[in-house]
Design a protein around this ligand. Structure first.
Ligand code: ADP
Length: 512
């Protein structure tokens, strides 16, 4: 068996060439001058079953083809191809290239570089192929031995790879975060956002520099340790908040995530940096101004109570002492002043209650919502009896929270469900639905419902939808509920429609 004729794909052009040379010798020896090889020599049998298409063209016509050629060109039998011109199987737009290359192949007896082109089968199928050829002697005549390999799978993979690379490149180029790659010693790649974030104008100013140049000196030891762990591939990809330096030495705060990757065959670290300086500053500012506001609301409501009490009590004194000396109008005016002062007292004490959610909250402990529900039911006993309300609940979980505030939350929502019952006997149900590490609790009623357009507004302080004489209240209850839920890291919202009842839902963290 000729050494070059093993049934596997040739790895290199050189290997392919040596196989073609061996074929040339074997085919020339096997032929008897007929139009195509008909006597089955060992070499012919081998050539027939080669996975590559092997063809011999002599005098401009095909004189020999193997089985793989039939498959490649969509032919049913050898007769479909023998006698045809090779150019018949090349799409029109590539014919001049192939003709040109065939000339070169003919002139260079040692074989020329392979040509990548498309082949057009009898059934119209176009396939990507790679062809190499040699000028040979075919029974005394000069001929061309052509070997074509189907590259369509490879082309498909290469195209998919190229497209995915383009997608990732586009993503990295457009990403607002800095993305860079280093090998422990030097930065080897940085994206445009990275160039800007590092305070440079071009990537050249960054590439080649040590990654540590951009870490704060106080954190360099840790960063070195972590980079070497990542290079050894035993660190997760969680992001960390780090102090970093720009090119000019100025500092910024960033969330940094790093991953091991192979870059040009070398172990490397891919780093994604998000500048959070502004975000952290804004959060701190918000926290500070919230604390200030809370403090202000507390002091204002606390200190306003005293003078207000004085106004109210002197008005009442006036009323008592001078009722015989004053006419009815004066008495009415005093009555209005007393009612106004009382209402103001109520609003101020609500404001105080609201501000206390943030300032006077207790520590969070595991709290059984079932017990909180029972407490709320007993505190609302009077209203439940008077309205004939029917109150039920699911099995409620243990959550992590402030027991007193959760009591206030349940009581406000259940109290509202009774208060806004309309003409119906209230039917109230408290439900619980566990969602991961949170539970969504719900207080559902069959009362007057809420117009969807007011779903946000009712959670704002002192916002109400009704006249005081129809439904008493100051509009603080739901604002307090929202503040309590948010203090617990949850969210509160309402569902339902006018006349169809309301369901207030809020999420809380479950005790582990
Ligand atoms: P208040 O009860 O003092 O009016 P809230 O803040 O508790 O204040 O409620 C704000 C408004 O939301 C209420 O005035 C009412 O219009 C509406 N509301 C609250 N709970 C319900 C409910 N269960 N059904 C219908 N409307 C409600």
């Amino acid at each position: 068996m000729p050494t070059g004729l093993r049934r596997r794909n040739p790895e290199t052009v050189a290997e392919l060439r040596s196989r073609i040379a061996a074929l040339e010798v074997e085919l020339a020896a096997a032929g008897d001058g007929a139009e195509h090889v008909s006597e089955a020599s060992d070499a012919e049998r081998l050539v027939r079953f080669l996975p590559e298409a092997v063809m011999v063209q002599c005098g401009g016509r095909l004189v020999f083809v193997n089985d793989a050629t039939l498959r490649l060109l969509g032919a049913a039998s050898v007769e479909d191809l023998i006698g045809r011109e090779i150019l018949d199987f090349i799409p029109a737009e590539e014919r001049s290239d192939v003709r040109e290359r065939t000339r070169k192949w003919r002139d260079a007896r040692s074989g020329a570089a392979p040509l990548r082109h498309k082949s057009l089968g009898l059934d119209g199928t176009v396939v990507d192929v790679e062809t190499t050829a040699l000028a040979i002697d075919w029974h005394g005549q000069s001929a061309m031995l052509l070997v074509s390999r189907d590259r369509s799978e490879r082309v498909k993979t290469e195209t998919a790879l190229q497209e995915s690379e383009e997608r990732y490149r586009g993503l990295v180029e457009l990403l607002p975060d800095a993305v860079y790659i280093h090998n422990g010693k030097a930065i080897t790649f940085i994206n445009p956002s990275g160039v800007r974030m590092f305070g440079a104008e071009t990537a050249d100013q960054i590439v080649g520099r040590a990654p540590l140049d951009f870490s704060h000196p106080a954190e360099r030891g840790y960063v070195v340790e972590r980079s070497s762990e990542i290079l050894k591939r035993n660190v997760g990809k969680e992001s960390q908040r780090r102090r970093r330096l720009r090119l000019d030495g100025s500092e910024y705060l960033a969330d940094v995530a790093a991953l091991p990757l192979k870059w040009h065959g070398e172990s490397a670290v891919l780093v994604v940096v998000q500048d959070v300086t502004e975000q952290v500053r804004a959060q701190e500012e918000l926290r500070r101004s919230n604390a200030e506001l809370e403090q202000f609301a507390y002091v204002a409501s606390h200190d306003l109570q005293e003078p207000l009490r004085t106004v109210a009590s002197y008005c009442q004194l006036l009323e008592r002492r001078y009722k015989d000396k004053l006419d009815q109008s004066a008495m009415d005016y005093i009555g209005f002043a007393v009612a106004g002062a009382k209402r103001m007292q109520l609003l101020i004490s609500d404001l105080l209650q609201f501000s206390r959610v943030g300032t006077r909250g207790k520590e969070f402990t595991p709290t059984d919502c079932g017990e909180v529900f029972s407490d709320a039911v007993s505190n609302l006993h009077q209203a439940i009896v008077e309205s004939g309300a029917q109150v039920t609940c699911d099995k409620l979980p243990v959550v992590i929270g402030d027991r007193v505030q959760l009591g206030q939350l349940f009581q406000n929502l259940m109290g509202n469900a009774i208060k806004f019952r309309g003409e119906r006997v209230p039917v109230i149900h408290v439900g619980a639905l566990v969602e991961g590490s949170d539970v969504v609790l719900s207080v559902r009623d069959n009362g007057i419902g809420i117009d969807p357009q007011h779903r946000e507004r009712i959670f704002q302080i002192f916002q109400r939808l009704h006249e005081r004489d129809k439904y008493p209240g100051t509009g603080i209850g739901l604002a307090v509920c929202k503040k309590i839920v948010e203090r617990h890291g949850g969210r509160i919202w309402v569902e339902g429609a006018p006349d169809e009842g309301s369901t207030f839902l809020f999420s809380l963290p479950i005790a582990p």
